[in-house]
Write a protein that binds this ligand. Structure first.
Ligand code: PRP
Length: 213
């Protein structure tokens, strides 16, 4: 039997994924060790390998078959647009992709004005404004702390993840429109899904029984 390899998103998502996998009897002690510098973890009995990667790299590993299975956020899957099969909503990491800004910015949206949109997700933002809203905008790509953009006058609105809404609230910003709901998803390499169909299907069925949507 060959190894099935999982690419997990470093951080909270990886921990929640391992908690879920433990419920179906898949464990990997070493991956839980906090200070380890190790990159690949193995469960010899079940012939499984796990590695941790940055979220946006997970679909890349899965598309190229370096990992058979990946777990990352729907935001990353949409943004990266890789050739992978999304097979399961894991029900955790729930949040929303939203257009946000100061309350006054609502009128720029209403009148389809040529505004600036700052975001870490240029593809999602482009798709939303061009294909859904049919509004021409200028997209400005940033790498984090997106809420800063309207505050310092870089853009009129942002497209960003909202979880509790407290970052927005503390900065006088609000959700103006919802783009889509997000959560952690399981993705599979298309060739792996065909070659290891029984094993992957069985795994998915067992996981699905523990998913709370
Ligand atoms: C995310 C997101 C928002 C914040 C939303 O940022 O970009 O800034 O969390 O959470 P809230 O609604 O619960 O306040 P993250 O902390 O991941 O870092 P980043 O700003 O570097 O993207």
């Amino acid at each position: 039997m060959r190894y099935l390899t999982f690419a997990l998103t470093k951080g909270r998502l990886a921990n929640q994924t391992m908690e879920l996998l433990e419920k179906i009897g898949i464990s990997c002690e070493e991956i839980r060790e906090k200070d380890t510098r190790r990159l690949v973890f193995t469960n010899e009995e079940m012939k499984l390998k796990f590695f941790l990667a940055k979220g946006p790299d997970v679909p890349t590993y899965v598309e190229y078959g370096a990992a058979d299975i990946g777990v990352t956020g729907k935001d990353v899957i949409l943004e990266e647009g890789r050739k992978v099969h999304e097979v399961l909503d894991l029900g955790f990491g729930k949040c929303r992709m939203c257009v946000c800004g100061f309350p006054e910015a609502a009128s720029f949206l209403q009148h389809h004005e040529l505004i600036r949109v700052a975001t870490k997700y240029p593809n999602i933002a482009k798709d939303y404004f061009y294909n859904i809203r049919h509004q021409t905008v200028e997209i400005i790509r940033l790498n984090g702390s997106i809420e800063l953009a309207p505050i310092v006058g870089l853009s009129e609105v942002i497209v960003d993840i909202v979880e509790t809404g407290s970052t927005l609230k503390e900065n006088g910003l609000k959700v103006l429109e919802e783009v889509c709901p997000l959560s952690a998803r399981m993705i599979v390499n298309p060739v792996s899904l065909r070659m290891e169909n029984d094993r992957i299907r069985d795994l998915l069925d067992r996981i699905r029984a523990h998913v709370i949507l």
